[in-house]
Design a protein around this ligand. Structure first.
Ligand code: B16
Ligand code: MG
Length: 217
């Protein structure tokens, strides 16, 4: 029987709440294009890659553009987003995240970040968490978006562990699916209603213990 060797963490929604900054930037773009974009609609963009997020936004606004223009729009949104995240500080780390990362390592397990974001390094630097991870796999290192298992399989590869010994922490449905596709255990951060396919769902990393994780194996 296998045992837990590594914990893999999604970034947005698990370690920090960057969804609010993504929302501000996408809403600014929508307004510039002449339509409204709500917080509820923003839920559809969580865990989704930048270009896929743009496709969803344009579908909401009923707009179509050429590939070139779409790339310009995504780049513009990203400039605004990067501007918003430059002021992020340690106090934006979600409850229990830093403490949990430390306790995982103290127990002799490895940690990795598995995020779709191309801005993950900037965010981790700003909140002071770079050194908490043994491996960091982000949107700059992957070709396929979640629910493809690529990001989590790359984490396991870099940590030199069997995927079956990894536990993924995810807040998005596509991320839970990616963990499943990688043959990993997964813990949902959110509600059972939103994440029915997770092995276990908790509201935040403040409410999970290492014992609960070992019991999954
Ligand atoms: P960027 P995660 C995801 O982060 C966000 O949830 C999603 O809203 C965003 O579109 C995606 O990263 C790409 O981010 O535009 O910074 O490359 O949840 O996978 O950590
Ligand atoms: Mg997420």
């Amino acid at each position: 029987m296998s045992t837990v060797r590594a914990c893999l963490f999604d970034l947005d929604g698990v370690i920090v709440d960057t969804a609010k900054y993504h929302f501000l930037a996408w809403r600014r773009l929508a307004q510039e294009l002449g339509f409204e974009f709500t917080k509820e609609q923003n839920e559809r963009l969580k865990g989704v890659s930048r270009m896929q997020s743009l496709e969803i936004l344009l579908e909401i606004g009923g707009k179509t553009f050429s590939q070139n223009v779409k790339e310009e729009l995504a780049a513009k949104k990203n400039l605004w987003y990067v501007e918003y995240i430059t002021t992020m500080k340690q106090n934006e780390i979600l409850p229990g995240a830093a403490e949990f990362l430390l306790s995982v390592r103290q127990a002799g397990l490895q940690t990795a970040l598995g995020s779709a974001s191309k801005n993950a390094m900037t965010i981790l630097h700003n909140v002071g968490l770079v050194s908490y991870f043994d491996s960091i796999i982000d949107g700059t290192k992957t070709a396929k978006a979640k629910p493809d298992p690529e990001v989590f399989l790359l984490c396991a590869k870099e940590l030199n562990v069997d995927p079956a010994t990894c536990v993924v922490f995810e807040d998005a449905k596509a991320g839970i699916e990616a963990a499943r596709n990688a043959g990993m255990h997964c813990i949902g951060i959110g509600t059972k209603e939103d994440l029915p396919d997770a092995d276990l769902v908790v509201p935040s990393l403040a409410s999970i213990t290492l014992e609960q994780i070992t019991q999954l194996f």
